[in-house]
Design a protein around this ligand. Structure first.
Ligand SMILES: *Cc1c(COP(=O)(O)O)cnc(C)c1O
Length: 412
């Protein structure tokens, strides 16, 4: 459920007509709905009310400060994967005691910043990282609380690029090496194991792979307990999918019920790292048709948003619903919706049945709130889009549109 709806024949973001936003801020334009963010966060977080838990929103899905602040105000913790995301989370006023730090390639300066900030824990992905954490924490006179990220070798049945818990993936440690890593963490100065972590992939549309991973982790946890290593946190990562097209992902409630049942009364605090399920359907990308073009084999709508603005269709062959901002009732034709970028992979939709829109008309690309702007680039020297946060009738420019001066500001 989201708050982008048609009223009187035109698309609104909450109580503001999308066309009004475009008149003020231009296209391409990311528009987020604060009510949707709050609603999604609350629906997700409350699904786990039966368990001690902490919901750490995955910053990489959408890291705009206004988005982070909106979620932090609901009590969200954050899952970060870089020093930059730490900086953003702190700037948004997130309590460091609610921040977990994931990622295979944490650099020394990033580790130092996170230790200094006093984050909740590091999700460690290699023994080299343990050594580095130990050295830095010891030098700073601090203790790094760690979970080892276990790679449970579970197939999340999603796109290969967003599968992360298979043996062949770069993430985490396999179960056998993990035992040795915990023993090492127990020995090393400056490091304390406090939890177990995993994240098996993104856009999962069934609960079964999560339960399969959880089962392996709980068995693993018994081995740790037998070794005298007590863990109080269980971080199951993110990955719950959303509806882009005809997927039928489980409601967070079902996910919560299944985990509550599986975890029973174990003395654990569950950590969850949802990204997409919070922000995905809380954002749209609005774009203007520049030209229409007929070739012997295809009809194209050429729009002013490209793969530099939203790379998901090009990178993952993802489906995003596209609708007119002001539906004109024309019959559908089969088209490719493409951007201005000099790449054949620059498309937002292929072989899509859409009304024959005319140049100058606006289209809304739905479900663009997650991995949209955060993956945007300046390719083809295109200034990045503005981001707008709508809350009821209130409009905030969450990020102003980049200018040509911005494009060259760091160069000489
Ligand atoms: C990307 C990521 C997430 C969020 O995944 P979603 O599919 O957006 O929920 C959570 N945890 C880790 C470690 C990640 O890399």
């Amino acid at each position: 459920m989201h708050h982008f709806e048609y009223r009187g024949g035109e698309l609104y973001a909450e109580d503001v007509p999308v066309s009004t936003l475009v008149a003020a801020y231009g296209t391409p334009l990311y528009v987020y709905s604060a009510a949707t963010l709050r609603r999604h966060f609350t629906a997700f977080d409350s699904a786990f009310n039966g368990l001690p838990h902490l919901t750490c929103y995955s910053v990489k899905a959408n890291s705009n400060l206004s988005v982070l602040k909106t979620l932090a105000a609901q009590g969200a913790g954050m899952d970060i994967v870089s020093g930059g995301e730490l900086y953003r989370a702190l700037a948004a006023g997130v309590d460091p005691a609610k921040i977990v730090y994931s990622g295979v390639g944490k650099r020394a300066v990033e580790i130092e910043a996170a230790l200094t900030a006093g984050i909740l824990m590091f999700n460690v992905e290699s023994t080299g990282e343990l050594d580095r954490l130990s050295a830095i924490a010891t030098r700073l006179g601090k203790t790094a609380k760690v979970s080892i990220r276990i790679n449970p070798d579970v197939d999340p049945k999603t796109h290969p690029y967003i599968s992360t818990g298979l043996k062949k993936n770069k993430f985490g440690l396999d179960i056998e090496h993990s035992l040795a890593a915990y023993a090492k963490a127990q020995e090393l100065p400056g490091v304390t194991p406090v939890g177990i972590d995993c994240h098996i992939g993104s856009q999962l549309t069934s609960i079964a792979p999560f339960l399969e991973a959880l089962d392996k982790i709980l068995t693993f946890r018994e081995k740790l307990t037998a070794m005298g290593i007590e863990t109080t946190y269980l971080d199951l990562g993110g990955g719950l999918g959303i509806q882009y097209n005809e997927e039928e992902p489980p409601h967070p409630r079902e996910f919560g019920q299944a985990l509550t049942k599986a975890l029973g009364t174990l003395p654990l605090t569950l950590i969850l790292e949802p990204g997409r399920v919070i922000v995905g359907n809380a954002g749209i990308l609005v774009t203007e048709a520049i030209y229409t073009k007929k070739t012997p084999s295809k009809d194209f709508i050429i729009v002013d948003a490209g793969m530099n603005d939203l790379i998901r269709p090009s990178l993952y062959d993802s489906y995003h619903a596209i609708r007119e901002v002001r539906p004109a009732g024309r019959p559908a034709i089969n088209v490719d919706v493409v951007g201005p970028i000099c790449e054949s992979g620059d498309f937002l939709a292929r072989d899509r049945d859409l009304p024959a829109v005319a140049p100058g008309e606006l289209l809304a690309v739905f479900s663009a709130g997650a991995y949209g702007f955060t993956m945007a680039s300046n390719y083809n020297s295109r200034p990045r889009a503005a981001e707008i946060l709508v809350d009821g009738e209130t409009v905030t420019v969450a990020r102003r549109r980049e200018t040509y001066d911005d494009l060259i500001a760091l160069e000489r």
